[in-house]
Write a protein that binds this ligand. Structure first.
Ligand SMILES: O=C(O)CCC(=O)C(=O)O
Ligand SMILES: [Fe+2]
Length: 267
């Protein structure tokens, strides 16, 4: 099992240009920057809500919807993998309020590329889980994650913690972000202190039915393993799309999935 790397090891493994390499890989070589501009050019919708700055918590689902989704996870319901059912669920969770926020962020249509259902139990705590250590996700610069909390952070003791854009940028420049995955740590306070980087973790502390929407390349974050009871979560990853998501999900097959968009996993 991995243990937290000590400060000297953390420093020795800083990887200065790693964030530039990620940008080059996805946005330049794989064409995501051009693609996102093309999606913007083709977009026929406009929202006049104030531009979403890349992170926020919004009340979206009611208790009935949360209970329904928790039961599907508990029973590992086979319907979760069925195309029609996936679209029905997406329809109910991508409510008009959230659609406007997403639209204002991408300035284009978007598609959910995958959705994951989680039930994390306190007793399954596993130190090697890399999402529970400080990181930014790898991918195209402009992508979004939505974490629907299907029960409250207070009830489970689990959470998602983020630091602001400035700290994230400084930790990219320092070479912590996108360093070797085994070198991630769940405590950055000492490293930040040493390099004069503001250490400002804030827990999202979502209530049941609230959604944390954030740009996972722009905000360093980590999950916090539940301590009191299971944490139920639905996580959806979004990228820009030339077509509205319903049309795209219906017309095109997803990579890695023989059936349909979006890929679904239950853990
Ligand atoms: O589980 C969480 O709260 C965060 C998950 C995460 O950061 C990830 O899956 O990349
Ligand atoms: Fe993440």
């Amino acid at each position: 099992m991995l243990t937290n790397p000590s400060l000297p090891k953390l420093i020795a493994n800083l990887s200065k240009n790693a964030y530039v390499d990620i940008y080059k890989e996805f946005d330049v070589y794989n064409g995501y920057r051009e693609y996102s501009i093309r999606c913007q050019d083709l977009c026929e919708r406009y929202t006049d809500i104030e531009t979403f700055n890349g992170q926020g918590v919004f009340p979206i689902l009611n208790s009935e919807q949360c209970r329904f989704l928790r039961e599907l996870i508990d029973t590992k319901d086979e319907r979760l993998y069925e195309h029609k059912f996936k679209v029905e669920i997406l329809d109910s969770v991508i409510a008009p309020k959230i659609d406007e926020i997403i639209l204002s962020y991408f300035e284009s249509e978007y598609i959910p590329c995958w959705m994951k259902y989680y039930k994390n139990n306190p007793e399954d705590l596993d130190d090697s889980q890399v999402s529970f250590k400080w990181h930014c996700d790898g991918g195209p610069e402009k992508h979004l994650k939505i974490l629907f909390y299907l029960n409250s952070a207070e009830e489970s003791g689990g959470d998602t913690v983020l630091m602001n854009r400035r700290t994230t940028f400084l930790l990219k420049e320092l070479g912590y972000l996108y360093c070797n995955i085994n070198n991630r740590t769940s405590d950055l306070s000492e490293l930040c202190k040493l390099y004069n980087i503001p250490h400002n973790p804030i827990a999202a502390s979502c209530k049941e039915g609230e959604a944390l929407i954030f740009a996972p390349m722009s905000y360093i974050h980590k999950g916090f393993w539940p301590t009191k009871g299971p944490r139920y979560l639905l996580q959806i990853c979004l990228i820009p799309s030339t077509l509205p998501w319903r049309d795209a999900c219906i017309k095109h097959k997803a990579p890695l999935d023989q059936t349909s968009w979006p890929n679904v996993t239950v853990t």
